[in-house]
Design a protein around this ligand. Structure first.
Ligand code: AMP
Length: 221
């Protein structure tokens, strides 16, 4: 089963991807996490990705398509929860063909809607564990001990691109390039949800919406 998580930066995709992945035992893939880990490498590619992320732009479609295809082929039985992919129409078309060729049913698209003013507030108070990638928010989802991950005791860090000027650029890129992708997902497989609530309330809605799709996926296997 392929579940796509849409929503502007800071809408809770990473948190919900983790919850869905645990609930359904479907691995989750964040293209952003994969790119950030590549960006930490001292290589030409790492440097190039670092610059792109620092400017709030998107990396090339080709690069993320390869990352996603590798993971898709590694998980043919369970499928994937995709957090932050597809982000452009070209990626959406690529994914559609890749899924068709591999006999996957059409993906289910969960769209977390959050107003822009909330986004800026959320991103400005976000911390992430670089070890296990769990995300915290100092306003809504504080860690039990400040600066320490609840799950693995890693030291929480602020993301380099969660700075006001980069946040503005990321939101601009999202509206310009990812807005049109949403038109690609319509009908019963498109699930728009109010993401402007506490994570557990959003997750309950997601469970109710995804349950019939998951039951069908299990029955058809
Ligand atoms: P995220 O962690 O999802 O907010 O992604 C962080 C950054 O990684 C984005 O601002 C982009 O620069 C890059 N990125 C993540 N996913 C994609 C994608 N599907 N296509 C292009 N760039 C991406």
């Amino acid at each position: 089963m392929i579940i796509l998580l849409f929503g502007p930066p800071g809408s809770g995709k990473g948190t919900q991807a983790r919850l869905i992945s645990e609930w359904l035992s479907v691995p989750s893939l964040s293209t952003g996490d994969m790119l950030r880990s590549e960006a930490r490498q001292d290589s030409d590619l790492g440097r190039k990705i670092r610059e792109t992320l620092a400017e709030g732009r998107y990396v090339s479609d080709e690069m993320v398509n390869v990352i996603v295809l590798q993971q898709l082929e590694r998980n043919p039985a369970s499928g994937l929860v995709l957090d932050g992919y597809p982000r452009t129409v070209r990626q959406a078309v690529y994914l559609e063909n890749a899924l068709l060729e591999r006999g996957f049913p059409p993906p289910v698209a969960v769209h977390l809607d959050v107003p822009t003013e909330q986004i800026v507030e959320r991103l400005s108070s976000r911390e992430q564990c670089p070890a296990c990638r769990r995300i915290f928010n100092l306003l809504q989802q504080q860690p039990r001990s400040p600066g320490v991950c609840d799950d693995c005791s890693g030291s929480l860090v602020r993301r380099d691109d969660d700075k006001p000027d980069v946040i503005r650029e990321r939101l601009h890129t999202y509206h310009e390039l990812t807005g049109p992708v949403l038109a690609h997902y319509t009908g019963a497989n498109y699930l728009p949800l109010d993401g402007n609530r506490k994570p557990d309330a959003v997750f309950r809605d997601i469970q109710v919406s995804l349950d019939p799709f998951h039951k069908r996926w299990i029955a058809d296997r």
